[in-house]
Design a protein around this ligand. Sequence first.
Ligand code: ASP
Ligand code: MG
Length: 480
Amino acid sequence: MRADSLLEVYALSDCTVLKFGGTSVADAAACARVAGIVREHGGPRPVVVVSALARMTDALFACARAAADGDVAGASRRLDDQLDRHTELAQALLRPDTAAGFHEELARARSHLTGLFGRLGSRSEEAAALQDEVASFGERLSASLLAAVLAAAGLPTYAVDARRCIVTDTTYGRANPMPADTERRTRAELVPLLDASLVPVLGGYIAATQAGRTTTLGRGGSDYSAALVGAALDAREIQIWTDVSGVLTADPRVVPAARPIPRLSYAEAAELAYFGARVLHPKSIQPATDRGIPVRICNSRAPQDPGTLVDAEPDVRPGAVKAIAHKTGVTVLQVVSSRMLGAYGFLRALFEVFDRHRTEVDVVTTSEVSVSLTLEHARALPAIVSELKSLGDVSVEPDRAIVCVVGEGLRTTPGVAARIFSTIQDINVSLISQGASRVNLTFVIEEDRVREAVQQLHAAFFEREPVPVAADVATGGAAC
Ligand code: ASP
Ligand code: MG
């Protein structure tokens, strides 16, 4: 490796990506806090990625829908309400001359967007591309605004158009990034700024095709942008600043004593994501996972809280369990068929039924003659059941809940399953599965007993002195 590229690698690995969600820039007080966070937590070379102001993207989509239905005037009114929020923030946080520059940008955005509304109204073939163009203004404006706000607070910033960095295919609304081009362009845009001691501020969620047309990465895509930028720069850490102090040990609405988990492995975080725990979507941190870059989830309202660090380390806590997640509104389907015995093609035929009805299956267990599986959104249930009947006897159990106990320790600690099931021994468990990642134990119970089960498990694993699991089982001491 040449000396200058060695130097580049050294300098790059020093940068930290800080992503701020919509609530972190929701009002003047929140924006003002961001400056302190970048200073204290951004290390020597911070890079800022920001979402649109809270509710802005929803509003832009509503405008696009209204416009497509022919109500361009309604769309423009709605847009003005949103632009006014930006104006108020600029007035509160910027010096008059800088605020004036931003007002001009708002005026340009307004005229550009009204033009787009008109084109949407003509039921253009290009509706999906136009919609992305409309939605992109949320992050384009928040990035300019935040760059100016940080500059006013004494941080030397530079607003970067993220569409010059993230390159995607043409799947509008949910575009797929092209990693090599994204890396090359992101480095070309950001490294000179970092070298000049400037803090780049980019909008999340937005990107462009090779040909330069605006795309978006799908709703909630700013985390994905942060991971892509972090991977391109080989960042030392990616910080996701949100409004909770990290991932919690359980849903706090069910377990008031739930507390933040200090550390999770990528595999644990991925298992928890399905349960809507406030974790990152596994896809959105994949670029970081691939490079082993740590991702920290932090609270912008309580910046001193340590948050949750997600990285490759399979850290095992005493007691082995890190989190107890659950989900209600689950339906269990069981198909029993002697045709399965010693035959192939049965599971394929079974899953084709779900495929045809575009229905996602979450947990699956099989025996020689039966398959049990869970569905969450069972709109197509009657049709699915009637098709499955050609494969075997079908039974449906509605109103079930999934409980998922997660911890790297499950791979290595004997007796955890015994402790889990003895803790909830008076609750009937209908389906048990341990994923291939072996960091989770998932089971299904009746929905109306799920609060009790989660509370008991949380008490056993988190609210009492940790007892070595093996000893526990030997003395039978795990039961509540
Ligand atoms: N602003 C976009 C959305 O609301 C992206 C994001 O916030 O992550 O979906
Ligand atoms: Mg988000």
